[in-house]
Design a protein around this ligand. Structure first.
Ligand SMILES: Cc1ncc(COP(=O)(O)O)c(C=O)c1O
Length: 393
């Protein structure tokens, strides 16, 4: 297995563990447990004296392949596959904090992620300060003597703001805290948080990694020392493990990830430019455009644009709903990263639980729509959007 492979090769061959049958496609080991030849062998396995699997909640061969492939791509030493992206986020944060500790998180987070730090963590005596993550000074001001974790996503869901990951990592290092980055929107191809100084990376594998709307999954990646010290026991004993069947679908997803993301990004870039020229659109936010408010940070930390476009219609909620309803190819759905183009109205779906004030702070208005571009023919998507915009009053 070569660590020098380029990503497209890693994603096809990385981590493969062939059985004695020499199968081409990775095998699915749908087993809960493992048998031992002797009592002594079982004892030695449990003591950690011999290598091998013990119980599928701890780890299993198909999951191991998925974790190793993700480690290769991410440049991480170790990983744990989880049942969903939220299981990954929750495990990555809660495994390393205790009552009396403090978390600093960007306020622009996916709704459930924000609930974990803003509502759940305080129930266990863990304080959280939410900041406008675009300005490093806000992160610095929020630091307390008991700050243990920094948490951010970049680009953010849905308004595609970015956070200076290297800058936040520097602050975390100054106070001995760990930076957790939710890298879902960037994809593992366009942004490498560990190289930028982050300590832990999490994914909802439900998104681009599966990319075909089939499986919920997640993954936490870091160095071996952090996983051994913090995540290992938490993961084994709280049980957020991924099903081996899911690990298999995600291995298949990883094989085609670069091809899909390339087409999705090309579609998104063309649609962002198209939307920017329309009178009925008030603003377009796209990380690949020069007019993105943080284009300088994007140039420093991302190697590609985005598969998503965020835009605001001049006519508010009524116009946003009418546009969604007029689309034929692009489907209304709150998922993203799929082969199918999907559009969502964050204010009434993914971010409906925020207060009006919190939504306004994040720039989510009634007219805001988030478009996740699929792999369809670009011209068909363009025609769908042009026709739907044309139908608006
Ligand atoms: C940025 C971000 N993080 C985490 C999640 C949670 O992932 P999952 O739905 O797989 O639990 C999502 C998606 O829903 C997301 O968009």
């Amino acid at each position: 297995m070569s660590n020098n492979w380029r990503p497209a090769t890693q994603l096809v061959h990385g981590g493969t563990l062939r059985s004695q049958f020499g199968e081409t496609s990775e095998a699915i080991y749908l087993t809960q447990g493992f048998v031992y030849d002797t009592s002594e062998a079982a004892e030695a396995r449990f003591k950690g004296e011999t290598e091998g699997f013990i119980y599928a909640r701890y780890g299993s061969p198909t999951n191991d392949m998925f974790e190793k492939r993700m480690c290769m791509l991410e440049g991480a030493e170790d990983a744990r596959a989880t049942a969903s992206g939220m299981a990954a986020v929750t495990a990555a944060i809660l495994c390393q904090v205790k009552a009396g500790d403090h978390i600093v998180a960007a306020r622009a987070l996916f709704g459930s992620c924000r609930w974990v730090v803003e509502t759940l963590a305080p129930q266990y005596g863990i304080e959280c300060t939410l900041v406008d993550g675009r300005d490093l000074a806000n992160w610095e001001k929020a630091i307390q003597p008991n700050t243990k974790v920094f948490f951010l996503e970049s680009p953010t869901n849905p308004t595609l703001e970015v956070v200076d990951i290297a800058g936040v990592a520097r602050l975390a290092n100054q106070v001995g805290a760990k930076l957790v980055v939710d890298n879902v929107f960037a994809t593992p191809l366009f942004q490498k948080p560990l190289e930028l100084g982050a300590h832990i990376v999490v994914y909802s594998a439900t998104k681009h990694i599966d990319g075909q709307g089939r499986s919920l999954g997640g993954v936490v990646l870091s160095d071996k020392a952090w996983i051994d010290e913090y995540l290992h026991d938490y993961f084994r004993h709280t049980g957020p493990a991924m099903s081996p069947f899911t690990a298999w679908t995600l291995l298949k997803g990883l094989e085609t990830l670069p091809i899909r993301v390339k087409q999705q990004t090309a579609n998104a870039a063309r649609i962002a430019d198209l939307l920017a020229d329309q009178d009925k659109i008030a603003r377009v936010i796209y990380p690949g455009r020069a007019d993105h408010p943080q284009a300088d940070i994007i140039a420093r930390q991302m190697s590609g644009g985005s598969t998503l476009v965020c835009f605001e219609l001049k006519g508010g909620k009524a116009a946003a709903f009418a546009l969604q309803n007029a689309l034929e190819i692009i489907k209304i759905s709150n998922n993203l990263g799929d082969a199918k183009s999907l559009i969502t109205h964050p204010a009434t779906t993914t971010h409906k639980n925020l207060t009006d004030e919190a939504r306004a702070e994040l720039g989510i208005s009634g007219g805001t729509l988030r478009l996740s571009c699929g792999i369809e023919d670009t011209d068909d998507l363009v025609e769908d959007i042009v026709r739907a915009i044309g139908a608006l009053a």
